[in-house]
Unconditional design. Structure first.
Length: 365
């Protein structure tokens, strides 16, 4: 019998062939690694989280979790002064964002976001066949709110606006009045504000939810709550937006959050004292690290995130990143036009940041 052969990619759907997937930060196994490349929290989660997960693991795992994740939604709602029907939860904020792109932005007009921002946005748009239009950030790498608002009000209109605030990978935040200008400029489409890093000095748009039916705010417990390994994200908006997200979720997977994740997330939200202590430690370390980097000649962008975005006028970013890696120090370099000479450096512990500075002193000579 003759065996039929075909190129492996011939089995793929046409759109899969065109996808350019998101590339996450490197997760290597290197002894004594100083890992400052993926914006993880350098501190462990609250001890209450570990206790809650342990208790949740002792019974009930043979049963499906609550498909509505009501207890977690109620905990999030209570903390932010909302109602449970104004909260949606998912398997990390990336899944929440994916559902939002599917639910709101498949329109006739293009979706608007900045050219320098979280690179997953372009991946979602390509995956769902969403036309997107990129607005250049200004010369200071700040989101150009006026230009986005003007384009939203143009004859062509838009499918919506997506803003990371603080922005990634720059760390620069927008004031609330800038977010309101976008909401007013785009009243008939969703304005999605991705607040993955907001707890490190940014201003959350959550207080605006009651006033703007087109506002969707997305947050994560990965960064400020030290739960990157648990995968819990959420969105807040008026109930009609949450209903749309729920329809999409239940068409993909009715049970995106397991019992352990829900239990751990609720405990993390409840331990406000631990949250405040660790985020303050990160912000204090960020300020000290920024001064040390400036002393080494780096230009450091103002950051309201758990990372800094820097460049050195006399040394190429790619060369610095590679030299640091040889010393078991990882930072993130983006091979992207306009920011290819920048490095994104996550805020580690004081000891990790000291190790970074020591390594940079050797690299820079």
């Amino acid at each position: 019998m003759t065996q039929v052969t075909a190129p492996e990619s011939s089995f793929w759907s046409p759109r899969v062939k065109e996808l350019q997937p998101y590339v996450p930060g490197e997760q290597p196994r290197i002894d004594n690694l100083v890992k400052l490349n993926t914006n993880e929290n350098p501190y462990p989660p609250s001890p209450l989280v570990i206790d809650a997960i342990q208790r949740a693991s002792e019974s009930g795992l043979e049963r499906y979790p609550d498909p509505t994740s009501m207890a977690l939604r109620e905990a999030i709602a209570q903390r932010h002064g909302l109602e449970a029907q104004q909260v949606f939860v998912g398997n990390g904020s990336d899944e929440v964002l994916a559902h939002a792109f599917f639910a709101f932005f498949q329109q006739a007009e293009p979706l608007l976001f900045s050219d320098i921002t979280y690179s997953f946005y372009k991946v979602y748009a390509q995956l769902y066949g969403i036309a997107c239009s990129l607005q250049p950030v200004d010369d200071g790498l700040r989101v150009d709110v006026d230009a986005l608002a003007a384009r939203a009000q143009s004859v062509e209109g838009c499918a919506g606006i997506v803003i990371a605030n603080p922005n990634a990978p720059t760390g620069i935040g927008l004031p609330l009045d800038a977010i309101e200008r976008l909401l007013i400029a785009c009243p008939h489409r969703v304005v999605l504000v991705d607040e993955a890093y907001v707890d490190f000095g940014g201003k959350s748009a959550l207080p605006l939810v009651a006033r703007y039916p087109n506002l969707l705010v997305v947050q994560t417990l990965s960064k400020s709550r030290s739960l990157a390994g648990l995968r819990v994200g959420f969105a807040c908006g008026q109930s009609h937006l949450i209903e749309a997200l729920t329809r999409v979720k239940d068409s993909f997977n009715s049970y995106p959050l397991d019992r352990l994740a829900s239990a751990g997330a609720i405990a993390a939200i409840d331990d406000e004292r631990y949250f405040e202590s660790t985020r303050k430690a990160i912000m204090d370390t960020r300020e000290g690290l920024s001064l040390q980097l400036e002393d080494l000649g780096f230009a450091v962008l103002p950051s309201q995130a758990n990372f800094v975005f820097v460049r050195h006028p006399d040394h190429g970013a790619a060369a610095i990143a590679e030299a640091l890696r040889k010393q078991a120090v990882l930072v993130r370099h983006f091979r992207q036009s306009r920011i290819e000479q920048y490095l994104r450096i996550s805020i580690g512990t004081r000891d990790e940041c000291s190790a970074l500075i020591d390594a940079l002193q050797l690299v820079l000579g």
